[in-house]
Design a protein around this ligand. Sequence first.
Ligand code: SF4
Length: 177
Amino acid sequence: MRKLLFQSLFRRPFTEQAPSSDDAAVAELATALGRTARRRLGRSLSIREIDAGSCNGCELEIHALNNAYYDVERFGLRFVASPRHADVLMVTGPVTRNMREALERTWHATPDPKWVVAVGDCARDGGCFAGSYAVVGGVSAVIPVDLHISGCPPTPMAMLRGLLALLERADTAAVTS
Ligand code: SF4
């Protein structure tokens, strides 16, 4: 015990070094996303997160978007409590049989225009849970998907990049139509 205490005084912490608090890349990406949302929608982008059966690893990364480091709300991106207020549904996990109906009903409750973003490898095709008796499959097996962000789990930066690409694509389509 004494040896352990002594070691802990000199051992480096196991936790990763926190990123610097003035990461310009986050600000640049989130600013571009907020600006594109205002151009496309005339207001902030509202996101509803749905866990369709994930291991919660993807949720931790999505929640990080709201932590003190990323704090995306300052750039005009909001997570909302109801699909009725949402523009984007971010869906994680393989879709489990128990969550299938809830996911369908959430999609129907979201007003048009709406986009569905499947977040994480499980959301593509069930990932490491594919083939389980409890799993229907990826998100596209239940509702239409506009964008897939791969990773297990994807990083918050990958999610910001994905959302920006989605809105830019929608913006270009609106201009040309
Ligand atoms: S992609 Fe990875 S982190 Fe996300 S739900 Fe699947 S296993 Fe979990």
